[in-house]
Design a protein around this ligand. Structure first.
Ligand code: COA
Length: 172
């Protein structure tokens, strides 16, 4: 892939990130969600840039577990991920996810959850969250809610319902 830069969001990327989310999702909800979550503790925001143009974006924000779990654990939710329609299916989403997960590891994140297509996310090591005793607060098919442990056995003593930040109500 020519000249694709995967890096953390910079202040001057804000408008382009809004645009990428709006075009990829064909609505404004996810773009507004990112604007609302930006700057909250433990969030991670990455962009894919080609010749200075932002063509992809990936965001992580902290989730909580309503059930049993050490409050010391840092669990992040991967959402949203967006690539401009004309740039999709060229591996940009995968690059963002791989490097985003590496940034999560470096931020001492213990695990990442994601709600989405099982086949797509299993490429990155995600597996059904139900196998770890975790379910999603939203009414979604079991296989669509997945988890990836970044710290081995971090979720060993965890079970319960994963709750995203209240801002996510915007995207239900
Ligand atoms: C999902 C998305 C970020 C993937 O980005 P991408 O750069 O196209 O992804 P990659 O090129 O790394 O991977 C493409 C693969 O993902 C799969 N894929 C892409 N979008 C998919 C979707 N919405 N559902 C299921 N699979 C999807 C394709 O099957 C493709 O597989 P292939 O290479 O075997 O054909 C992009 O399609 C997008 O922005 N979609 C609209 C927004 C969205 O639905 N985001 C995810 C929910 S948060």
């Amino acid at each position: 892939m020519i000249d694709m830069d995967i890096r953390a969001e910079k202040p001057e990327d804000v408008n382009a990130i809004h645009q990428v989310n709006r075009e990829a999702f064909r609505r404004e909800n996810e773009a507004i969600l990112v604007d609302q979550l930006r700057g909250i503790a433990s969030t991670i925001s990455f962009v894919a840039a080609q010749s200075e143009q932002i063509v992809g974006h990936l965001f992580f924000s902290p989730v909580t577990i309503n059930g049993q779990c050490s409050s010391q654990l840092l669990i992040l939710g991967l959402a949203p991920v967006a690539v401009l329609p004309n740039y999709q299916r060229q591996g940009i989403g995968s690059l963002l996810i791989q490097q985003g997960l590496e940034a999560c590891r470096q931020s001492n994140c213990d695990a990442v959850v994601v709600l989405g297509d099982r086949q797509y996310y299993s490429r990155f090591g995600f597996m059904a969250a139900s196998t770890q005793g975790l379910r999603c607060e939203y009414d979604v098919p079991d296989e669509a809610f997945m988890v990836l442990e970044l710290n081995r056995a971090a979720l060993q003593d965890c079970s319960g319902t994963v709750q995203y930040r209240s801002e996510f109500k915007l995207c239900e």
